[in-house]
Design a protein around this ligand. Structure first.
Ligand code: HEM
Length: 476
């Protein structure tokens, strides 16, 4: 009667995941929603819900439902607002990733010019060359590939975001600020802090360390912002023709704010730098880890990819051009397939109006997660969905536009997707030229990639054996 009186649509009951798997996932640290293998009954519905703490979370695994949610204007399906007590918001602040409304629109407007310009492969390529030097003396030992890729992506982001070299590839010892940053991210991803928010207020040792690390990270970013502002003002005063390198995200944002006459304060700049930094680091590291892992598991794919690279670039280690990178169809199919199997699973929205999804009606204020992982494994759109198969990208088969959404689609899609694709291509192509690689005999990943307990996908101690094909003087 209440529903009828208030003209609220009624829909079918959304299938619910039983409490035990949800609890298990919380205790063991989830990496994919709650379910790693999604039963067909949920695919028939295209949606399921799970109760965590005080809330029901609706998870969308159908391409059609994903289209409905992701195409909603950003004020109808805004990002879900986590409580500001949570470590995730203490680190991300009110930057582009979690803000909504006018704030988000301003962030996006000021960030667009930097991400829309054509990228040069040289900064990334130089970092990969430094990686080869870094690995040189230890190449006979197994390499923790995810850890190595984090070093690479952090170094690339430091240089591209604010023209700063962290020096992650100079020695095994990580620079102090990078160690703190990684420790911050570990805490941000700790699941109990979401389910039992009161834990974040307790004066525990971990909370104290976290707060101190955030303070140090902020100090570091604020100093860089000040430096760039001074440099920019100096150049303007001298009316220098030679501009600052506006390929750097920070400089580009400062310039865009002047041109658009929008005053962006240091806190907003800090928040956005922290957002670009963490949104672009572990995601890309995971994507390349998956490509390298699958090429280790399937040596015939590795050989085929290498042949393609050598045909395009010659049999020597060099930085590829952006045009050459696009030509390599098989390498690009591997990258696409890696992003299909292990996408970034975080897309939380809170509906501002009741929303109809097929036979279901989600009430106003529902918390909805579009599961890129779920959508990417729907047997309606993917044959043998759990199989790693780059071949599926080499046919002309037409697919539902929303069946493949590793970077999301719609107003809140990933602003760094071209950046990441370029980075993945450069790393993979240069590694294929420089090394051959395989899984160690006793690898726990022989059958399937074993994931660690984290919010984003992350391999568990993935070691790879590398063998040098060509040395740095291009001798075989
Ligand atoms: C393989 C690599 C990457 C993947 C899979 C990925 C995936 C995604 C996804 C799914 C979203 C939407 C999140 C949501 O709706 O809640 C997103 C947003 C975002 N990504 Fe990425 N991303 C990657 C790399 C990057 C890089 C390299 C950067 C920056 C340097 C970046 C910056 C961002 C930002 C700033 C947003 C928020 C955009 C907005 O809300 O307007 N990402 N990303």
């Amino acid at each position: 009667n209440y529903h009828r009186k208030h003209k609220i649509l009624l829909g079918r009951e959304v299938p619910k995941i039983p409490f035990i798997p949800v609890l298990w996932s919380v205790l063991t640290g989830p990496h994919v929603d709650v379910l790693e293998i999604i039963p067909d009954k949920y695919y028939e519905a295209g949606i399921y819900k799970a109760r965590l703490g005080a809330n029901d979370y609706y998870t969308i695994i159908s391409a059609d439902f994903a289209r409905t949610i992701l195409n909603e204007p950003e004020d109808i399906a805004p990002k879900y607002q986590f409580s500001s007590e949570l470590p995730v918001l203490k680190f991300y602040g009110n930057g582009i990733v979690f803000s909504n409304g006018e704030k988000w629109r301003t962030h996006r407007k000021l960030s667009n010019p930097a991400f829309n310009r054509a990228l040069s492969p040289h900064v990334m390529g130089d970092v990969v060359l430094n990686t080869f030097r870094y690995l040189q003396n230890d190449i006979h030992k197994p390499v923790d590939i995810y850890e190595l890729l984090q070093r690479i992506t952090i170094e690339v982001l430091g240089q591209v975001a604010f023209g700063y070299s962290f020096g992650t590839l100079k020695s095994k010892e990580l620079p102090d600020i990078v160690r703190k940053y990684k420790s911050i991210i570990n805490h941000v991803e700790s699941y109990p802090s979401y389910v039992f928010p009161f834990l974040n207020k307790l004066p525990t040792k971990r909370n104290r360390i976290f707060n101190a690390e955030i303070k140090d990270f902020d100090k570091f970013i604020f100093e860089i912002i000040d430096l760039k502002k001074i440099e920019l003002a100096k150049r303007k005063k001298l009316n220098e023709k030679k501009k600052l390198n506006n390929e750097e995200l920070l400089v580009s944002m400062l310039e865009a704010s002047e041109q658009e006459n929008i005053n962006i304060g240091p806190q907003d700049l800090r928040d956005n730098m922290a957002n670009f930094f963490s949104a672009g680091n572990d995601t890309t590291s995971m994507a390349v880890s998956s490509s390298i892992y699958h090429l280790a598991k399937y040596p015939e794919m590795q050989e085929r990819a290498r042949k393609e690279v050598i045909k395009a670039l010659g049999n020597e280690v060099k930085i590829p051009t952006a045009e050459k990178l696009k030509e390599m169809k098989y390498v690009n199919a591997i990258i696409k397939e890696s992003l299909r199997k292990y996408p970034a699973p975080m897309t939380y929205r809170q509906l501002q109006k009741p929303t109809k999804l097929g036979e279901y009606v989600l009430p106003e204020n529902s918390i909805v997660k579009v599961s890129n992982y779920g959508v990417h494994h729907d047997p309606k759109h993917w044959d043998d969905p759990y199989k790693f198969d780059p071949e599926r990208w080499l046919t002309n088969e037409k697919r539902h536009q929303f069946s493949y959404i590793p970077f999301s689609i719609g107003p809140r899609n990933c602003i760094g997707q071209n950046f990441s694709i370029m980075e993945q291509r450069i790393i993979l192509v240069m590694f294929l030229l420089k090394y051959e690689w395989s899984l160690p005999e006793n690898s726990i990943h022989k059958e399937e990639l074993v994931l660690g307990p984290a919010f984003l996908f992350r391999p568990k101690n993935l070691e790879i054996n590398f063998r040098e094909r060509i040395n740095l003087d291009n001798k075989k």
